[in-house]
Design a protein. Structure first.
Length: 95
């Protein structure tokens, strides 16, 4: 699911809000990337980038903002919820 999200972002310059949260959570919690790296990449690639909103959301996802997320969005559970048949994932990851 995260691979599909990131490919959609690169290909289209956009991804759904829920997928943004899933990807951000995966990058910060599972890959241990700095929220600042995620903020920079998403700001560079999103066609609808808003620095104030994106910075606040990435800070929260990175557990350093004023409204820190106290949860981790596991990509497998997220896929079962939002893409149970794999349609979204296969549209960007046909292999």
């Amino acid at each position: 699911l995260v691979d599909a999200c990131m490919r959609q972002l690169w290909h289209c310059g956009w991804m759904p809000n829920y997928m943004r949260h899933v990807a951000a959570s995966f990058l910060v919690e599972h890959l241990h990337l700095s929220w600042k790296s995620g903020l920079a990449w998403f700001h560079h690639t999103l066609v609808d980038a808003d620095i104030a909103i994106n910075a606040a959301m990435w800070q929260n996802g990175g557990h350093s903002g004023p409204d820190q997320w106290n949860f981790v969005m596991h990509p497998v559970f997220a896929a079962k919820t939002c893409d149970p048949h794999g349609t979204y994932t296969r549209s960007f990851c046909p292999e």
